[in-house]
Write a protein that binds this ligand. Structure first.
Ligand code: C2O
Ligand code: CU
Ligand code: CU
Length: 502
């Protein structure tokens, strides 16, 4: 069945499904009367801060914030008071300076996800810790040949990453395309999810939810609940979509519109490819070209089966699985409506064709200096279910090559300038979307098949009991950095390793 016809089948039940999807949030949402939301349903763009003369200098404050979500007040955490934080627009060769202040009660720091910049010192250094009340000045220097694209920023302090993302700390970074596709307008769409309790506070997260990877009951686009946008027929838009959810995968479709994928994570594709749906693991971004046609369309996120712990846990947990449908494993939920696009009015003039992007580097043609295998696993329960002194996070271990994260230990040493081939294996019943900082990965084989074309990503999903082979050119920078599962609860539970390039 094509995604569109599936979508049409679901359309009849959509109102009910939408209500069910948020129903678990209980008081917080249903009190608002569902559709009886006040104004503010329009899609808004985050504030934009652009570089000038090669520099973008800004202050970011991570702090508790009160925002309106739907008809209610929610108590979240935000950069500079808004969900998402400001959109930062820079160019290759620019210097981005961020003076970050922590007004939270927990330590934090800042990561520029996907940027190819130095991991050392005041650069994209994941080992920095900014205590409550403290500040830290980051400086990121983008190389002159930095690929254009949609990147993002979020805190990265081990042990707090999922909590701080789920609370609202994220924002977009755009590296301008020197040869942009002509479009009527661009939209940044940051998709996030969170769960609020009856008083608008962030809900407690159970140990079970952390092990699965929490999925918030409320899914937002640019901090709003099911906003709407308008366009005229015959226009072309560029949508920069960021999956800022801590764990939720997004299988996106937009019925009735012509969609083309023009970028994934980094760079622009040589040719935009027609798609009916596109799947983003947590951390992934896509750039979509939307050629508008009259009518009302809905951007829908269909559930994605990313495995679960049913086999591993159910006996042990005695059915005390989390909220939600059948056992609560991801993929068992209902589709979620994210955004409606109303296309009406006078048709716009004719659309110029999309110019091709530059051809991509292909590491399959380059020689490989080293090959490694990294095993992502969920381990046994040493010491019994809830017992032991390790706390709830220790119910199950999340490891790479049998080890939990240790910032002091260096797990992989690579030579600056080397091209390496890494095989990422997953011995667990859940998917693990693997992310490497600083250096992007080219997928060369997946599920036993060679990849077609030069597919570059900075988050690569390694399916349950599956494996993926990537190549990485460890170029331009030396220093220590990390790789980890981008189900950020898994990262916080230990599924992160360190790497040193020199
Ligand atoms: Cu978006 Cu290390 O993460
Ligand atoms: Cu990252
Ligand atoms: Cu994982």
């Amino acid at each position: 069945m094509s995604p569109l016809s599936r979508r049409q089948l679901l359309a009849l039940g959509a109102a009910g499904a939408g209500a069910a999807a948020v129903g678990g949030a209980g008081l917080w949402w249903t009190g608002g009367g569902g559709q009886a939301l006040g104004g503010g349903r329009e899609l808004v763009q985050p504030e934009v801060l652009s570089s000038r003369d090669g520099v973008l200098d800004l202050a970011l404050e991570a702090a508790p914030a009160r925002v309106r979500i739907g008809a209610r007040e929610a108590h979240v955490q935000a950069f500079n008071g808004s969900l998402p934080g400001p959109t930062l627009r820079v160019r290759a060769g620019d210097t981005l300076r961020v003076s970050m202040t922590n007004r939270l009660e927990a330590p934090t720091n800042l990561h520029v996800h996907g940027l190819h910049v130095s991991p050392e010192g005041h650069g994209d250094n994941p080992f920095v810790s900014i205590g409550p009340g403290e500040s830290f000045d980051y400086e990121y220097v983008l190389p002159d040949d930095h690929p254009p694209g949609t990147y993002w920023y979020h805190p990265h302090h081990h042990g707090h990453v999922a909590d701080q993302l789920a609370a609202g700390l994220y924002g977009t970074i755009v590296v301008e395309d020197p040869d942009p596709v002509p479009v009527a307008r661009e939209r940044v769409l940051v998709i996030s999810d969170l769960t609020l309790d009856g008083s608008g506070d962030l809900a407690e997260v159970t140990p079970m939810e952390r092990m699965r990877g929490r999925e918030g009951e409320t899914v937002l686009v640019n901090g709003r609940l099911r906003p709407s946008a308008t366009a005229a027929p015959g226009e072309r838009e560029l949508w920069r979509v960021v999956n800022a959810c801590p764990s939720r995968f997004l299988r996106l479709s937009l019925d009735g519109q012509t969609l083309r994928l023009s970028g994934r994570d980094l760079g622009r594709l040589p040719e935009a490819v027609g798609v009916t749906e596109v799947t983003l693991a947590p951390g992934n971004r896509v750039e979509l070209l939307v050629d508008t046609r009259e009518g009302t369309s809905t951007l829908v996120a269909a559930p994605v089966d990313r495995g679960g712990m049913a086999g591993m846990m159910d006996g042990m947990m005695g059915g005390t699985s989390g909220r939600g449908g059948s056992g609560g494993d991801p993929g068992s939920g209902e589709p979620v409506d994210l955004l409606s696009l109303e296309v009406a009015g006078e048709p716009a003039g004719h659309l110029d064709p999309v110019p091709p992007g530059p051809s991509l580097r292909d590491l399959r043609e380059e020689s490989v200096a080293a090959r490694r295998t990294l095993d992502f696993a969920m381990g046994g329960m040493g010491g019994g279910m809830m017992g032991g002194g390790g706390g709830p996070g220790r119910m199950m271990s999340f490891t790479i090559d049998g080890q939990e994260f240790d910032a002091e230990r260096t797990d992989q040493r690579v030579r600056v300038g080397a091209v390496e081939e890494w095989t990422l294996t997953n011995a667990s019943p859940m998917d693990h979307p693997v992310h490497l900082h600083v250096w992007p990965m080219q997928v060369v084989a997946e599920e036993g098949r060679d990849a077609s074309g030069a597919r570059w990503q900075d988050v690569v999903n390694v399916p349950a009991f599956g494996q993926v082979t990537v190549r990485v050119a460890f170029e331009d920078f030396g220093g220590r950095s990390v790789f980890h599962c981008h189900i950020l609860d898994h990262e916080d539970l230990g599924m992160m390793g360190t790497l040193e390039a020199r």
